[in-house]
Design a protein around this ligand. Sequence first.
Ligand SMILES: NC(=O)c1ccc[n+]([C@@H]2O[C@H](COP(=O)([O-])OP(=O)(O)OC[C@H]3O[C@@H](n4cnc5c(N)ncnc54)[C@H](OP(=O)(O)O)[C@@H]3O)[C@@H](O)[C@H]2O)c1
Length: 287
Amino acid sequence: MSKFTPLSTFSLAGRPVRRIGYGAMQLAGPGVFGPPKDRDAALAVLREAVASGVNHIDTSDFYGPHITNQLIREALHPYPDDLLIVTKVGAVRGEGGSWLAAIEPEDIERGVRDNLRNLGVDALDIVNFRSMGSIHAPSEGSIAKQVAALAELQRQGLVRHIGLSNVTSKQVAEAQSIVEIVCVQNQYNLVQRDDDALLDELAGKGIAYVPFFPLGGFTPIQSSVLSKVAQTIDATPMQLALAWLLHRAPNILLIPGTSSLGHLRENMQAGQISLSQEVLAELDAIA
Ligand SMILES: NC(=O)c1ccc[n+]([C@@H]2O[C@H](COP(=O)([O-])OP(=O)(O)OC[C@H]3O[C@@H](n4cnc5c(N)ncnc54)[C@H](OP(=O)(O)O)[C@@H]3O)[C@@H](O)[C@H]2O)c1
């Protein structure tokens, strides 16, 4: 595992993106379905994220559905020039909030158009094809049809760059044979490191790796070692979990999700934490 001082930015789609971004999924209602409990608080979190330096927001039109994008638009449109909004297609929401694969070319186009409309833009900065796999883990199978559909929308000028989510190394290679892939968004965190090899492979190619569930997702990480080490360096366990990711590889871009201003402020400070070799060794041993 490489060890280095965390860089403050990494190039994504040719733009310097700050390594601590923001994931907007937590802004929708319970189960990422329906409106937020406190709409004003959701708008305040988005505005403060950008005011405090976030220039990378992750979203999807299937969060809510539509609601998260509509909140982003209300809070931040017209968007700052340096803000990169990354969205994803490949699913829709069923009645009651179920997550359904939507993977035909017409579904991909509909997903792109939903994002354009609800974000209020003429072209999307980056669209990830989100393979449904086994929901939070990838499974093998061709994604060529979906990537080709996104490449066609890129040719039409509706999509600037293309990424992938919930995919295997083989699927990344397949997609790269069709179009340039600028980022991969898979599940990865201190206690879930199945993607170590893919992360290192992408680091070697200079491609951004964006871990989803960086804090453990709906059930944030609980580890007695993490809590103990956090106490010794005067950080919270969640700050330390983010700092570990920043130290893990230079191509990791963070998108921690929160609906709380207090947590947002805490997460933003994780970039200031420098970890010694001893602390890194203790954390590396957790998985
Ligand atoms: N591509 C995909 O398939 C996929 C899947 C899942 C997520 N995502 C993206 O990845 C982003 C990050 O994932 P996530 O939001 O699901 O999970 P996460 O960032 O790992 O964790 C979010 C959870 O941690 C809590 N939290 C946040 N900051 C905290 C802090 N400082 N202290 C204590 N608790 C804290 C949040 O609650 P509070 O709201 O109370 O802070 C929320 O329950 C999402 O927002 C979404 O944009 C993508």
